[in-house]
Ligand binder design. Structure first.
Ligand code: FCB
Length: 459
């Protein structure tokens, strides 16, 4: 194994990330109501193997053990998400104290261990009752979300400083409403534009409420910006395909959040789908509320070209004439291209677009891990991915980009959405039959890198 010897600035935050539905289990305990993912995972054909998050990593019952693992790795910070259906089971209205108490105990356990809680308010588990009222297609969703946020921040805002409004709104809109791969599984490009708009509206409406209830809060959103590449020998049509895909993946959020407008071309390119009446006066000003930092989740680049005669284009809005081309090997177990270069490029661009300090809030890779006879999990591919992508982060910092921290995805193997338990991203292995956790070689390597940088900090 190559030794990784890059150094990071003093105070660089070393973390790991998870999300509520992916790890908690306890799907019907202490007043939790079903989320759109409970419904989706029970719909035949939507999730590989018919897997659900009913039990997952049983984290709901294993907080002390899981925080002890974080301590053993030397983590500075833990990024987790709060499940709306535990806090406000009716979607709107009464707050469920048992749900609040769970996260309050988690926060106290983390703080007691010297680990900073980094809290995401929405990582895709919308209460099912709200989907029945239109979900993110209903403009009232901004108010529903803000009231839920107020309940969480009022309870935890005395102890939590780091707040993230949304995780990857691209997934909650385009992937969920246009591509149909995530809950609620619609196939309507126009709907995905509406959902994206209402998610940004909810973000903009909630940020001042977070600041009001959490003095000194550092408020953020996590996007999944992605480097879009066209063919090296592409023509003008290919360049237009890159522009359209970039708008549908990156500009659709960078624009409203940081430039007060949708990106050039997006509204024209989608004029055949909608009259954009969902955009009201003042919305863009609400969405571009000042933030303290930007979270970047990034795993792979994407490659596109112009569709040829008769070829079916992308379901993303404005991308009817765009086709995705094959990723370049070596691929991860997800079939994702590994490109530290694209990781660096997208971090640098995110900093330029936002003018904000960047945290890499997710990065990692899936591999078909097993526990060996020696009791260890040898995952050299994940170790190599971790090293090369941390190298890209170090390169970005040396090039002058303000990157403040890195969160490995994921602390634990977990419910990987449409892939169920078939894909393992953890730096800690989970045996789903016994719930035994085993730190993988990648987790040990991450701990070594953290320790090496920490002694550097002190020396
Ligand atoms: C991201 C999600 C996260 C996990 C990783 C692999 O898109 O935010 O929950 O599924 O991908």
């Amino acid at each position: 194994m190559e030794t990784f010897a890059r150094t990071f600035p003093d105070g660089f935050l070393w973390g790991a990330a998870t999300a509520s539905y992916q790890i908690e289990g306890a799907h019907d305990e202490d007043g939790r109501s079903p989320s759109i993912w409970d419904t989706f995972s029970r719909t035949p054909g939507k999730v590989l193997g018919g897997d659900t998050g009913d039990v997952a990593c049983d984290h709901y019952h294993r907080v002390p053990e899981d925080v002890a693992i974080m301590t053993s790795l030397g983590l500075d910070a833990y990024r987790f998400s709060v499940a709306w259906p535990r806090i406000v089971p009716g979607g709107t209205g009464a707050v469920n104290q048992a749900g609040v108490d769970f996260y309050s105990r988690l926060v106290d356990t983390l703080l007691g261990a010297g680990i900073r809680p980094v809290v995401t308010l929405y990582h895709w588990d919308l209460p099912q009752v709200l989907d029945e009222r239109g979900g993110w297609l209903n403009r009232d969703s901004a108010q529903w979300y803000t009231a839920y946020t107020e309940a969480v921040v009022a309870a935890l805002g005395d102890r939590v400083v780091n707040w993230t409004t949304f995780n990857e709104p691209w997934c909650s809109s385009l992937l969920s409403y246009a591509i149909g791969a995530h809950a609620p599984g619609h196939h309507d490009a126009a709907e995905s534009l509406v959902a994206a708009h209402h998610l940004m509206l909810a973000h903009g409406t909630a940020v001042p409420v977070i600041r009001e209830h959490s003095p000194g809060a550092e408020v953020s959103i996590t996007l999944n910006p992605t480097q879009v590449w066209g063919p090296e020998d592409g023509d003008d049509r290919d360049a237009d395909a890159v522009r359209r895909a970039d708008n549908a993946v990156n500009g659709i959020f960078f624009g409203p959040l940081f430039h007060g407008a949708y990106p050039d071309g997006l509204l024209d390119d989608t004029a055949g789908l909608t009259d954009h009446a969902y955009i009201h006066d003042g919305d863009l000003a609400t969405m571009s509320v000042p933030l303290d930092n930007l979270g970047v989740n990034n795993y792979f680049p994407t490659r596109v070209r112009a569709a040829r005669e008769g070829e079916e284009g992308s379901p993303m809005p404005g991308c009817e004439g765009v086709v995705e081309t094959a990723p370049r090997p070596p691929l991860t177990d997800m079939g994702w291209e590994q490109s530290p270069e694209s990781h660096r490029l997208i971090i640098e661009r995110s900093a330029r677009e936002s003018g904000l300090p960047i945290y890499v809030t997710e990065n990692g890779s899936a591999w078909p891990d097993t526990v060996s006879d020696d009791g260890h999990v040898h995952d050299p591919d994940r170790v190599a991915y971790l090293q090369s992508h941390l190298g890209a982060v170090a390169d970005a910092i040396e090039g002058g980009t303000d990157v403040r921290g890195y969160f490995a995805w994921s602390l634990l193997d977990n419910f990987e959405w449409a892939f169920g338990y078939a894909k393992r991203f953890g730096i800690v292995h989970v045996d789903y039959d016994t719930q035994v956790r085993t730190v993988k070689d990648s987790g040990l390597e991450y701990a070594r890198i953290i320790a090496a940088n920490r002694s550097g900090d002190e020396g």
